[in-house]
Write a protein that binds this ligand. Structure first.
Ligand code: CA
Length: 360
């Protein structure tokens, strides 16, 4: 298929002039596209993936394919990103798919659902399982094609003014939580609050909310949540490995040469790897800083995790019963999750827990 696109894109004459690969590159049309990010520029890891992607595309195309990257709200507000890519207002968007679960709960499966896949597993499901294929089939209803472009890794459970000691402590908790996860926390009695990143600090400081989760030490430290809430619970069981996606308007994509399509795929894959690497490399130092500044790290008690797990599984059964798109993807997703955990428990989990138990 790529070979055919290559021939089509380069023109048969160019291909027949054997050995003139550079001529193929020069045969490309100069393009200037726009990419809207769902994130503010201040988040250099998650927003930065778009900059990395655009730079790679430019470099790989010899400067001919230029993509201007726009922060959330500059061209399109985050909630309008899917519509903007679908309508061709912008050619591309970079976002956390679960923001759009209001359109269809199946969006969440392209990003993270409570007690879902971790980062490694999500990449495996996408690149070598049925994940990307199934999500693209679903996204075709919205007129765009997706590429995995970043993962934060497992997130923290967020900032709490008071420690969560029992399941009952979740009742009435005014909790800012991202995306689809609110459907599970509300089943535990929490009052889910949908507050944009830039407004969380004030809400937590004023006590308008009791708790808030964002990402992990590196991003959370930047936003200063440690100054307004002392307890840092872990893990973020609703985001074991949230994936960010690049959405590309299907018509615009179809009009590209095979070379440009391959460049987009490769640049997105590079940015995908780089984002996770940045989080993994930067989170430890940020965690040290937080702890040195009196943040109290507290694991969620197991009964809280168990109650949340039970509610999450009940939710997936309910959504699957009424939503065929969700069911089709979730059936495959949950099978992959079971198989992958069967394997990881022998290797990564054992190795990691040993390494983390010894003095290094
Ligand atoms: Ca989060």
């Amino acid at each position: 298929m790529e070979r055919r696109s290559f021939v089509h894109g380069a023109g048969l004459a160019g291909v027949l002039a054997a050995g003139v690969a550079p001529a193929v590159v020069h045969a490309q049309t100069a393009l200037r596209w726009r990419l809207t990010s769902a994130f503010p520029k201040s988040l250099d890891t998650i927003y930065g993936a778009s900059d990395t992607f655009a730079k790679k595309v430019k470099d790989m195309s010899g400067g001919k394919f230029e993509i201007s990257v726009h922060a959330a709200g500059e061209l399109v507000p985050t909630p309008g990103l899917v519509d903007a890519v679908q309508n061709g207002t912008v050619e591309m968007g970079h976002t956390a798919p679960y923001y759009y679960f209001g359109k269809n709960d199946a969006f969440a499966l392209g990003c993270a659902v409570p007690f879902g896949l971790n980062s490694r597993q999500m990449t495996a499901w996408n690149y070598d399982g049925n994940g990307l294929k199934l999500m693209r089939e679903f996204y075709s209803n919205y007129g765009f094609i997706s590429f995995p472009m970043g993962n934060t890794g497992a997130q923290m459970g967020g900032w709490y003014r008071k420690e969560i000691k029992t399941v009952a402590d979740m009742k009435g908790l005014k909790f800012r939580v991202g995306g689809f996860a609110g459907k599970v926390t509300s089943r535990l009695g929490a009052v889910s609050q949908n507050i944009p990143g830039g407004e969380i600090y004030q809400a937590l400081e004023k006590g308008t909310i009791d708790a808030a989760e964002w990402v992990g030490p590196y991003d959370d430290l930047k936003l200063g949540f440690n100054k307004v809430a002392p307890i840092y619970h872990y893990p973020g069981w609703w985001e074991g490995g949230p994936q960010l996606d690049l959405y590309v308007n299907q018509k615009a994509y179809d009009g590209l040469s095979g070379e440009y399509k391959a460049i987009i795929e490769s640049a997105a894959a590079y940015a995908h790897t780089e984002m996770q690497a940045k989080y993994d490399a930067r989170n430890p130092g940020a965690l040290r800083t937080l702890v040195a500044n009196k943040t109290k790290l507290v694991p969620f008690p197991k009964p809280v995790l168990d109650a949340a797990f039970k509610e999450a599984m009940a939710l997936y059964s309910e959504v699957s019963a009424s939503n065929p798109a969700f069911k089709k993807i979730y059936d495959d997703y949950s099978k992959f999750r079971a198989e992958s955990n069967l394997w990881f428990r022998f290797t990564e989990a054992r190795f990691d827990s040993y390494m983390q138990s010894v003095k290094l």
